[in-house]
Ligand binder design. Structure first.
Ligand SMILES: [Zn+2]
Length: 108
């Protein structure tokens, strides 16, 4: 079992999530070549090690999150809302020791 620390809901069983896949930067639609679209849509690095993935919390907040996961050990280094660079609300809760409460909010 993998426990994913959703930045909105706290740590949850991975069965609550849908694995979307490796995170890859989307090419600019106005300038991308067919080759760039092919690489974006079909090529994956599939490393045996750390990778950044997108997951969707289907049975929770119904939001996309970006997760850094080790594909061999399933250790999770970070989880944050897609597109954000700072810690998510759950990481702030975790630092305060409130991570077990899913409706704690996240205001510090
Ligand atoms: Zn969630």
């Amino acid at each position: 079992m993998i426990r994913i620390p959703c930045p909105h809901c706290s740590a949850r069983n991975s069965a609550e999530f849908r694995h979307v896949g490796e995170a890859a930067p989307r090419p600019d639609p106005s300038t991308a070549t067919p080759e760039q679209w092919r690489v974006y849509l079909y090529e994956r690095s599939n490393p045996a090690g750390w990778t950044t993935e997108t997951w969707f919390h289907t049975m929770g907040c119904r939001r996309f999150i970006s997760v850094e996961r080790h594909t061999v050990t399933n250790e999770i280094r970070s989880a944050r809302p897609v597109g954000s660079t700072g810690p998510g609300p759950a990481e702030a809760l975790s630092a305060r020791g409130d991570a077990g409460s899913p409706d704690a909010g996240g205001q510090a």
